[in-house]
Design a protein around this ligand. Structure first.
Ligand code: ADP
Length: 459
């Protein structure tokens, strides 16, 4: 299968011309934080092309904060004691692209570097993924990935919803719209600009489709080298929220917004390539799988309980894993079976690949891809044996191993993972373990509506 590489959307020289003739006046200079959000500054085009394209700076608390921008204690890299210094944001000019949904605006993604040494900051998501890509290259392989983006659209705007206390939430539609053309036509006011603007920004958009719940949509982007895939995912997620907002609606990537509604996932399709050929394909292998693919999948499956945190980083992420909802709970693989944690797709063809179905819509694509690559590499290095595929309803398979069922459990497996410490480094594992602990501590401090309603009168 030939993969068409998207042409560079905007060269720096073209951008300079556009700044000079006034077509562009604003540059979003961004990096991706621990939560997968774009953080950064809006530069005037003239300043960017003159000096700031070299580098700019940001406070180092940005890679040690939670969703609320709180500054929890307990991070070795950043603290009040060390005075919260700066990081260097180094624009990666190969990521320069227009932002067609904002007037006169372009965007560039940055690598985050140490202020003094100019070395990559080890716990920066982009650096974590780049490190695993390099390890894979040393083995002679390139990874190609695709991350699906599922999300819900709501009738009202984010501001209205927040002012209403996040109650009485009404999705944009009232019925299951899986593959539904009429219902998704009604959502074209939001979805068409999402597809077209992202395509014009240089993202190889494949399609959008209605998903299996009222108000649920999915966006698919063509598979690409791992780093580009993660960049695309972050930009697309950001754009979906902004374009929905521009059109008077809310988009949410919260994996489970209602106990009775299906959750949102981010399935990750993965394949390895060598010298432009599909390294996962061997037409004489079982299901067309090469030995390399079998070893990769064995590692991927074996280590999944240890890296689940990176696929499900919040308390809410674990509410998605319920039986009979297509959200998997078991660390097994299956051929084209949506109830298993890992699904073989493209059986017997050059497009043979593995899809990890565990991740929620809230995953950080850099971290998720990095840990899965690391697990696959380990499988290849140790020539791990792949167990036979499971069949039938995997939810009922008592022998299959479970992934951690709560954030607390996933934090424990993360903290104790020798494998992750070896491949990511102790500093990185400790950093993200602290993020996970903090999330749990914050939740544990809260008295929920459910507890009050259940026990107020009857306890
Ligand atoms: P389905 O509809 O069954 O989910 P698709 O054919 O739409 O499957 O593919 C899902 C995703 O897999 C797409 O984003 C596609 O680009 C990606 N994909 C296709 N081939 C490969 C491959 N060899 N490696 C990684 N991802 C792939």
């Amino acid at each position: 299968m030939k993969v068409n590489k998207m042409p560079a959307t905007l060269t720096f020289d073209d951008m300079k011309t556009q700044v000079a003739d006034g077509t562009v006046d604003t540059v979003l200079v961004c990096f991706v934080d621990m939560q997968g959000r774009l953080m950064g500054k809006r530069f005037h085009g003239a300043n960017f092309v003159e000096t700031s394209f070299e580098e700019t700076h940001c406070c180092n608390y940005l890679l040690a904060t939670d969703l609320e921008m709180a500054t929890p204690e307990g991070y070795a890299s950043t603290s009040w004691e060390t005075g919260y210094g700066d990081y260097v944001m180094k624009p990666d000019l190969t990521t320069l692209r227009p932002v067609p949904w904002l007037e006169g605006t372009v965007m560039v993604l940055c690598d985050v570097l140490d202020h003094h040494t100019h070395e990559p900051v080890p716990h920066s998501p982009r650096a974590i993924l780049k490190k695993q890509i390099k390890r894979l290259e040393a083995l002679g392989f390139e990874a190609k990935m695709a991350t699906e983006l599922e999300f819900f659209l709501f009738e009202k705007t984010l501001d209205e919803i927040r002012k209403g206390g996040f109650r009485d939430l009404a999705p944009i539609s009232s019925y299951n719209e899986d593959y539904h053309i009429f219902q998704t036509t009604k959502e074209e006011g939001v979805m068409r600009p999402i597809r077209n603007h992202l395509y014009a920004a240089g993202l190889p958009i494949e399609n959008s489709k209605g998903e299996a719940e009222a108000g649920q949509e999915e966006l698919n982007i063509r598979y690409s080298p791992a780093l580009e895939c993660a960049d695309y995912h972050s930009i697309a997620k950001h754009a979906i929220k902004e374009i929905a907002w521009q059109n008077g609606h809310a988009a949410t990537f919260l994996p489970k917004w209602h106990k009775d509604r299906v959750g949102s996932s981010s399935h990750v399709h993965q394949s390895l390539w060598k010298d432009g050929e599909a390294a996962f394909f061997d037409k004489s292998g079982k299901h067309g799988m090469s030995k390399v693919m079998e070893h990769y999948m064995a590692g991927l499956i074996h280590y999944s309980p240890e890296y689940t945190y990176f696929l499900a980083p919040y308390v809410n992420s674990y509410k998605r894993f319920s039986k009979g909802t297509f959200a998997p709970t078991k660390t097994v693989w299956s051929v084209d079976n949506r109830t298993a944690g890992f699904r073989l797709c493209g059986e017997g063809t050059k497009g043979v690949r593995v899809e990890c179905r565990i991740g929620g819509s809230d995953l950080n694509p850099y971290l998720a891809q990095a840990v899965m690559l690391a697990a696959g590499i380990k499988g290849i290095e140790d020539a791990m044996e792949l167990a036979p595929a499971t069949t039938g309803d995997v939810y009922e398979d008592a022998k299959a191993m479970d992934i951690p069922q709560t954030l607390r459990d996933a934090t424990q497996t993360l903290r104790g993972s020798k494998f992750l410490r070896e491949v990511l480094g102790d500093d990185v594992v400790d950093h993200y373990t602290r993020a996970a602990e903090w999330e749990q501590e914050e939740f544990d401090r809260v008295v929920t509506d459910w507890e009050i309603a259940r026990g107020f009168e009857r306890a």
